[in-house]
Design a protein around this ligand. Structure first.
Ligand code: B12
Length: 210
């Protein structure tokens, strides 16, 4: 069924994709596995876009489907009774980039895992991160970005945090579609995370939570 879901999303069959997700949830499929299938579909959509088979409307519809799927899965992901707050995480998508679905999943997972999260939204300039660190005093900062352009924006954000004398006050994690170890080195971040749970693990490690 997971393969059917990948194909339905990748082929833009929205109603069928949402119906399949409902059926998978009712059949007891793991929400993270369903998200994994949706991510696989996004890679296919991305490739078709690169090849010129898909255009912006398909990217938009893919994003819309993914948001709806995340909304269906949220109650299943949020079954932790947790209320104790482990620490504070500031998060945002860096300047020039408006992709936020991945970031929103990370924000949601941090929240249900006991973090107080301040989400600055998308297209966030470096200075706004600096101001928010001063006001919100997080232990952890998460930068999200899906565009190649985001690598420089992340680097500039880290430089602005450093210039403001705040670099040793926060741990910084980055993430988003193409982020890897090399990008982590390039930007000067402390770590990168491939998915939302990696972000939660890093935040737990840094905020001293069990
Ligand atoms: C949906 C989508 C869009 C939607 C976004 C809707 C939205 N609200 O986010 C819309 C239509 C708006 C869009 C616009 C554009 N897009 Co677009 N888009 C995509 C697509 C298909 C999926 C992205 C996505 O949401 N993935 C799903 C999530 C769940 O991804 P995920 O990686 O699994 O997320 C996890 C991790 O990344 C991690 N994570 C994320 N953030 C963080 C942060 C931290 C701290 C941590 C620890 C972890 C973490 O946790 C997440 C959850 O588990 C990708 C293709 C792809 N393969 O990704 C292209 C893609 C990212 N887009 C692309 C492009 C080119 C564009 C446009 C420039 C197109 C245009 N000509 O206008 C614009 C850019 C506008 C801008 N300034 O940002 C390219 C980027 C190429 C590049 N090298 O830069 C891609 C790769 C498509 C492609 N193959 O060409 N896009």
């Amino acid at each position: 069924m997971s393969k059917e879901l990948v194909n339905a999303i990748a082929d833009m069959r929205e109603a069928e994709a949402l119906k399949l997700v409902q059926e998978m949830v009712e059949g007891g499929s793991e929400p993270m596995a369903i998200l994994g299938a949706a991510r696989e579909a996004m890679d296919i959509v991305g490739k078709r876009y690169e090849e010129g088979a898909y255009f912006l409307p398909e990217l938009m519809l893919a994003g819309e489907m993914l948001n709806q799927i995340t909304d269906i899965l949220k109650p299943k992901l949020a079954k932790l009774p947790e209320v104790k707050r482990h620490g504070k995480v500031l998060i945002g998508t860096v300047v020039g980039d408006i992709h936020d679905i991945g970031k929103n999943i990370v924000t949601f997972m941090l929240d249900v895992n006991g973090f107080e999260v301040l989400d600055l939204g998308v297209d966030v300039p470096p200075q706004k991160f600096v101001e928010a660190i001063l006001a919100f005093e997080p232990q952890v900062v998460g930068l999200s970005g899906f565009l190649t352009l985001a690598f420089d924006a992340m680097k500039e954000t880290l430089e602005a945090i450093e210039a403001a004398g705040l670099r040793d006050k926060v741990k910084i994690m980055i993430g988003g579609g193409q982020i890897n170890e090399d990008i982590k080195e390039y930007t000067g971040a402390d770590a990168y995370g491939n998915d939302a749970m990696a972000g939660v693990s890093l935040a737990k490690k840094w905020a001293g939570a069990k």
